[in-house]
Design a protein around this ligand. Structure first.
Ligand SMILES: [Zn+2]
Length: 490
């Protein structure tokens, strides 16, 4: 593919190899209809096609081979992003020397806004080669390894990158700028991980200092989530004009070398949110990937929770609780986490609290961290359903968590802890129950039965009672550890 930066145009081809494992007559691929398709070749033979309503219909009925390849020549001006990375498209910016600075973000819109593909996250190509041409002096960074740079006529250069692992199509990306490059490596128990950084020239020194948090972060994530999932492709941060995106082995970094989220962050936390969050996606999202957009909590809840674990590791347990409480205020409870149309950020912030609550319910960190690690090992480079994840957690924990996941993932409201006190001849009594969307919901809970001591109680939908040795106004529910609503009945 060649980029014409001034004209905001691209021209080139995409070649895909498919396995024909069903008796389908037609291959249907996605491509934005504002692009122009010149011609299509099926195993090197020009073929008829129909291009209608963002779909390419390519007849394959005459084709008997198990493998076939499709080469699609196309060109045009891909849609320009309105608010990247959320409202995606091509991102055309200039650096402070007025040089082009171009990229793409298309997770929500689909990769077909710029290349012919099948916009369905339930399948991924097993590998990928990218050959992209741009005029000098621009440097083009894509996913995976840079195999070669080929000098072409008229001061053009072809950048050849290759990815040797499965990749979501929305993770396929390019970045064009007057980039400067520096590199490093991390020696781990699994080998040598190459680290490459591409930044604007004016930010080189800043980046060298700021990106020093990458190595301890990667080492920590490997202890919790297992080996970095893409050693063959390496780890990269590439400076972008938009905030960030977890582009596989080519993370878009646009946090402007600030701490927290663009300099806004809870007190005492001096890490860069984008580096931590997007890197966590290499495990949660890029290696272990959702089968459907409604299951996106699998990517975002775990990546957001990884931030909290990072805080626990580098700043301590209490700071982790503070960080989680900073995330908690963003929870909306307006729609279930499992949804075909995510209107709030609950897949991030409520999701991280569902995981934090689950850790409290398990009450055994060895089990909890072994679940996180084993999820990664079991589902490395695999596409999973929500059910795959929840059943796997149930199996490893040995607990029946059906009502837990049903309540927190498939309902919008929180379970309500109803309680009141009365006094009889045996002293002060606490009466309590759960009210929730799921009649079967039961979750153990920590409350103060004795002065300043938290003890377990086991509420269900039916009223229960227990003696308490504390004045009602001193009574506390461990709301730092559980996501719930409390309702004191008076
Ligand atoms: Zn994310």
């Amino acid at each position: 593919m060649e980029f014409f930066l001034d004209e905001k145009k691209i021209s080139g081809f995409n070649e895909s190899t498919f396995i024909k494992n069903c008796a389908s007559d037609t291959l249907i691929m996605d491509l934005s209809e504002n692009m122009i398709v010149d011609s299509i070749f099926l195993c090197n033979e020009k073929t008829e096609f129909l291009f209608k309503k963002n779909k390419l219909f390519i007849p394959i009925h005459h084709f008997t081979n198990n493998y076939f390849n499709v080469k699609i020549f196309y060109n045009g001006s891909p849609k320009i992003a309105k608010n990247p990375p959320w409202k995606g498209g091509f991102v055309y910016e200039r650096d402070n020397s007025n040089m082009h600075w171009v990229g793409v973000a298309c997770q929500n819109d689909g990769a077909s806004l710029w290349w012919p593909t099948i916009d369905d996250v339930s399948d991924e190509p097993d590998s990928l080669s990218v050959e992209m041409v741009v005029i000098e002096p621009y440097f083009l960074v894509s996913n995976g390894r840079l195999d070669s740079i080929v000098q072409l006529n008229n001061s053009r250069r072809k950048f050849c990158w290759s990815v040797s692992n499965p990749i979501n199509n929305y993770n396929v990306t390019f970045n064009i700028a007057n980039y400067v490059h520096f590199s490093d490596s991390l020696k781990t128990t699994y080998g040598k991980l190459d680290l490459d950084y591409y930044v604007l020239p004016s930010n080189l020194n800043k980046a060298k200092n700021h990106f020093s948090q990458v190595k301890p972060m990667l080492s920590f994530f490997e202890t919790k989530f297992g080996p970095f999932p893409f050693y063959e492709d390496g780890y990269k941060l590439v400076e972008t004009s938009y905030l960030g995106m977890e582009h596989q082995s080519c993370i878009s970094y646009g946090n402007q070398y600030k701490n927290g989220y663009l300099g806004l962050h809870p007190e005492n936390i001096d890490f860069d949110f984008i580096i931590i969050h997007e890197t966590a996606h290499e495990w949660w999202g890029n290696s272990l990937s959702m089968i459907n957009h409604k299951d996106m909590w699998i990517h975002e809840s775990f990546a957001t929770y990884a931030e909290a674990l990072y805080v626990e590791e580098f700043y301590g347990y209490q700071e982790m609780l503070n960080y989680l409480n900073y995330q908690k205020v963003k929870i909306k409870n307006k729609q279930p986490i499992i949804s075909s149309n995510h209107k709030t950020t609950d897949i991030y912030y409520k999701g991280t609290w569902v995981l934090h609550t689950l850790r409290s319910v398990l009450n055994n960190d060895r089990t909890w961290f072994s679940i996180l690690l084993n999820l990664q090992l079991e589902f490395k480079h695999k596409i999973v359903t929500t059910n795959d994840i929840t059943k796997y957690i149930e199996n490893l924990s040995g607990l029946n968590l059906e009502s837990f996941f049903f309540q927190y993932l498939f309902n919008s409201d929180l379970p309500v802890f109803d309680y009141f006190f009365d006094e009889n001849e045996d002293g002060m009594q606490l009466h309590y129950r759960w009210t929730s969307s799921d009649d079967d919901f039961s979750m153990p809970l920590l409350v103060t039965v004795y002065e300043s001591n938290f003890n377990w109680i086991y509420p269900t939908k039916d009223w229960k009672s227990t003696p308490v040795y504390i004045k009602p106004d001193k009574f506390k529910v461990a709301e730092n550890l559980f996501l719930l609503e409390t309702n004191l009945i008076k």
